[in-house]
Write a protein that binds this ligand. Structure first.
Ligand SMILES: NC(=O)c1ccc[n+]([C@@H]2O[C@H](COP(=O)([O-])OP(=O)(O)OC[C@H]3O[C@@H](n4cnc5c(N)ncnc54)[C@H](OP(=O)(O)O)[C@@H]3O)[C@@H](O)[C@H]2O)c1
Length: 336
């Protein structure tokens, strides 16, 4: 088996590929040969030692998502079989312990941490759906109870989570306004059928909040779904909220800064954090998997793949994500 190790906090040179003995399943475990490992920005931050939620201590293996084919089955497993195509559940990496992530060719896990995938889901998406779609669905639908006609502002429009969020908003009858920090991404996003934003705004444009407010008919945005959470930007978002609006922060891409909460009081609006882990064991986890698999299978949700890299080229893959030119999901694929 091939495993990526972060041997110390720092640049991409800290990512090394190690050969290890093939894992054997325990009685209730299966071994999944991964065909798809969805990359997430959190893994860059963890490698640099900057992931403020949990960076782990090197050496560790990063990776939050994965999916592939069952290649070994423990003696006591009755509900999984060799050759089945599965996605690892959200809790699968955590169940192996901190730092035992999915950047590897084979993943051994309790069979209950695998979800059988319909044939309509291609191999390279088996390990790439949960972080985009469940981060969005879990927050906007399960927690926020998004209503038809509500206006949702979605920053970092080119990220896979934001593109998934726009699709979720449209599916539930809302209006999706995306913002991007890069002017050159505007035309690319507008031309992309999967990017279902009703409106796109570049935040380099002077007075961009005025345009967002105009789209929201002067009322402001009912919901803001933000992974940047930086001082000035957060202040602009707070001012953009509608009365009783909700601003959800789910990422830490920006630098911390001073935030003025006065408009929150005036508007009786809320600022809350969202972590996907809340969906695990919430009673809604299986509903969420079924919803996403059905909507991907019927074409309602379409995840744009920005690029694939062989697992052995993990350094190049991290460099590509760091450049930030991608639109959609970057995926690592171990050699078969
Ligand atoms: N809370 C949760 O449960 C949860 C789950 C999944 C992901 N996340 C978080 O979601 C965020 C996005 O993850 P991802 O994997 O989708 O990332 P990604 O593909 O690397 O996308 C990041 C995008 O964010 C935008 N951006 C705006 N300001 C930025 C800044 N100061 N630094 C870097 N990027 C900036 C850029 O898009 P534009 O060029 O379009 O502006 C950039 O391309 C991460 O913070 C991650 O930790 C949280």
């Amino acid at each position: 088996m091939e495993t990526v190790i972060v041997r110390g906090f720092g640049g991409v040179e800290q990512l090394v590929l190690e050969h290890q003995a093939d894992p054997q399943p325990g009685p209730e475990e299966v071994v999944v040969r991964l065909t798809s490992i969805g990359m997430n920005h959190a893994e860059l931050m963890a490698r640099r030692g900057e992931y403020r939620l949990a960076s782990g201590t090197p050496p560790f293996t990063p990776g939050l998502e994965g999916g592939g084919v069952v290649v070994a089955v423990g003696d006591a497993v009755r509900d999984r079989a060799l050759g089945q195509r599965v996605s690892l559940s959200l809790g699968a990496p955590a169940s192996r312990g901190i730092g035992a992530g999915t950047y590897r060719s084979h993943f051994v896990v309790h069979w209950q941490h695998t979800i059988i995938a319909p044939s309509a889901i291609p191999d390279q998406l088996l390990g790439a759906l949960w972080l985009p779609y469940l981060t969005a669905w879990g927050c906007l639908v399960a927690k926020q109870n998004l209503q038809p006609g509500q206006t949702v502002l979605i920053p970092a429009a080119s990220s896979s989570v934001a593109i998934a969020a726009a699709q979720v908003v449209k599916h539930y009858g809302g209006l999706a306004i995306g913002t991007t920090t890069r002017p050159e991404k505007m035309a690319r996003l507008e031309a992309m059928p999967e990017a279902k934003f009703d409106h796109l705004i570049c935040t380099q444009t002077p007075n961009w909040p005025r345009r967002a407010k105009a789209i929201a008919q002067g009322r402001g945005c009912d919901v803001i779904f933000d992974p940047v959470a930086a001082g000035d930007f957060l202040n602009q978002e707070i001012r953009l909220l509608a009365p009783h609006g909700a601003l959800w922060v789910y990422g830490l891409l920006g630098k911390p800064g001073v935030v003025d909460v006065t408009p929150l009081i005036r508007k009786m609006a809320s600022l809350r954090g969202w972590l996907l882990g809340e969906l695990v064991n919430s009673g809604l986890e299986q509903t969420a998997y079924t919803h996403v698999l059905e909507r991907v299978a019927d074409g309602t949700y379409q995840l744009p793949i920005a690029g694939t890299f062989p697992l052995r080229e993990v350094q190049a893959a991290h460099r590509a994500m760091e450049r930030g030119e991608h639109i959609g999901k970057l995926i690592l694929i171990p050699d078969a």
